[in-house]
Design a protein around this ligand. Structure first.
Ligand code: GLC
Length: 480
């Protein structure tokens, strides 16, 4: 639990903190009974330093498990070898060098994240075989798919060349970005490694793989889409994380969506993601009304929308005091707002003790400040709540096949408004989003019926001719 589950010491078990395999089987069975599919997180880039493979690897240079990991000699300067010189300048995401010195063998080992998370050597066919078998283990247990962690670090430059300096780096930024990660990530064999996993998925009827892939700023978007979506679109697709990094403006969001839709076409499925466990929550980033409007946008877009728990409640970040910090990232690179604890606070179920999350005296992270109002039970009783907005939008998606289809058509963009169509032969839906804090003009074709307003307006004075959209509203009109 050095990185809260992203440091695996046994790939075929459940951490006793959370239960056991029998509990897991019950979970799967109960979920399937309710027509819910279950995906689990799979971490192939690194293990825990407590993993038996790594312990064996540390035993000696010629241990068969040594080559499961990446051990290298220190860099030599002139005729002498200095143990203080790591093999290259690659950095750890969580601060400092990505190389840890192992005094016993006189070599360094590589870790893209914590030293307690040594990277696996995917060039080794034995590693590929082990990982494929682990995926089979979970698929055979009934898991419907995997979310694959940190894939861009899997591919490494085969010669381990230094990353070049980043000329755009400014003091005060995350020090990880001092260099441009062109050699430490996205190496030439990355896609081959990903295919090891998709070929396992193909052995089964109905399994899915979602890649944790962030876009980088170095490669044109179409090329990036091709690189990861292209691996095996029948069984796999990446998350689209751009909504988490897009500034709040109609032009920026329109541009982000239009570019993705244009290059994905009708065959590649988008997984738009507006929040996750590594980024500050939507409400905290943009504000409550803004988040309501973006909920309309996300759930009306094509593809599979990915909601992070609590997003449907309008849950903000929690306040984390210094003595409550859990995240190793915050501990190692403090006070820059990089820590991920604020977005990982307990799910608020009700307004009782600990918001109904735990019967323990103190939950592992503090609750959000306003859990008395922002919780499932309270919101279920209020038709104007975030939860009901999400229920309405999800019902709409479920009831109308057009939302399962890939159609998407840009309708309009200006400095305030972004609008798009979802249509098929029988139904047309127009989504209109006002990013400005005042009323904006927008002339929709006549005959539309209002099906959703993010801020709960009825537009009675306007319809059937819709000409103005209220501040920060997200509206869906139905035609046909
Ligand atoms: C991914 C996860 C993050 C984790 C890291 C290392 O980026 O989303 O939470 O810390 O990989 O496994």
């Amino acid at each position: 639990m050095n990185d809260f589950g992203y440091d695996v010491s046994d790939y075929r078990n459940v951490d006793p903190l959370f239960g056991n395999l029998e509990n897991f089987d019950t979970l799967i069975a109960e979920a399937h009974e309710r027509d819910i599919k279950v995906l689990i997180d799979f971490v192939p880039n690194h293990t825990s330093s407590d993993h038996p493979w790594f312990k064996a690897a540390l035993e000696s240079r010629d241990n068969p498990y040594r080559d499961y990991y990446i051990f290298k000699d220190p860099k030599s300067a002139g005729s002498e070898t200095h143990t203080t010189l790591p093999p290259n300048n690659w950095l750890s995401v969580f601060g400092g060098s990505a190389w840890e010195y192992d005094g016993a063998s006189g070599q360094y080992y590589y870790h893209a994240f914590l030293a307690e998370q040594p990277d696996l050597n995917w060039e080794n066919p034995a590693v590929q075989e082990e990982m494929a078998n682990i995926i089979r283990f979970w698929f055979d247990r009934g898991v419907d798919g995997i979310r694959v962690d940190a894939i861009r670090w899997m591919g490494k430059d085969l010669e381990f060349r230094d990353d070049p300096e980043n000329p755009h780096f400014k003091t005060g930024q995350d020090p990880y970005h001092m260099v441009r990660h062109i050699h430490s990530r996205f190496g030439p064999r990355q896609e081959d490694y990903l295919r090891v996993m998709t070929s396992v998925a193909r052995e089964y009827e109905d399994k899915i793989i979602i890649w944790e892939d962030h876009r980088d700023t170095l490669t044109p978007v179409p090329q990036q889409i091709k690189r990861i979506h292209g691996v095996d679109p029948e069984v796999s697709a990446p998350f689209i994380f751009e909504p988490m990094h897009t500034p709040f403006s109609s032009q920026a969001f329109a541009n982000m969506v239009n570019t993705n839709q244009q290059h994905l076409g009708k065959d590649l499925q988008p997984f738009y993601c507006f929040g996750n466990h590594d980024e500050h929550r939507l409400v905290t980033r943009f504000g409550e009304k803004q988040a309501r409007m973006l909920a309309v946008m996300q759930l009306m877009l094509p593809g599979t929308p990915v909601l992070y728990y609590g997003q449907e409640l309008g849950m903000p970040d929690a306040t984390i005091h210094k003595d409550q910090v859990q995240d190793p990232f915050e501990k190692r690179v403090p006070d820059r707002g990089l820590g991920r604890d604020p977005e990982r606070s307990p799910m608020p179920w009700n307004n009782g003790p600990n918001a109904g999350f735990t019967t323990a005296a103190t939950p592992w992270l503090p609750l959000i400040d306003d859990y008395r109002h922002i919780n499932v039970e309270t919101e279920l009783e209020d038709k104007n709540s975030f939860l009901w907005l999400h229920k309405t939008l999800l019902d709409l998606r479920r009831e109308h096949p057009v939302f399962y289809e890939p159609s998407y058509e840009h309708a309009y963009v200006d400095d305030a408004v972004f609008a798009f169509w979802r249509t098929n032969e029988t139904e047309q839906f127009l989504t209109i989003l006002n990013f400005s804090e005042s009323e904006a003009e927008f002339y929709a074709p006549e005959g539309g019926k209002l099906v959703v307003s993010a801020q709960g307006h009825d537009y009675d004075d306007q319809l059937p001719v819709f000409a103005k959209i209220n501040a920060l509203d997200g509206v869906v009109l139905r035609y046909g």
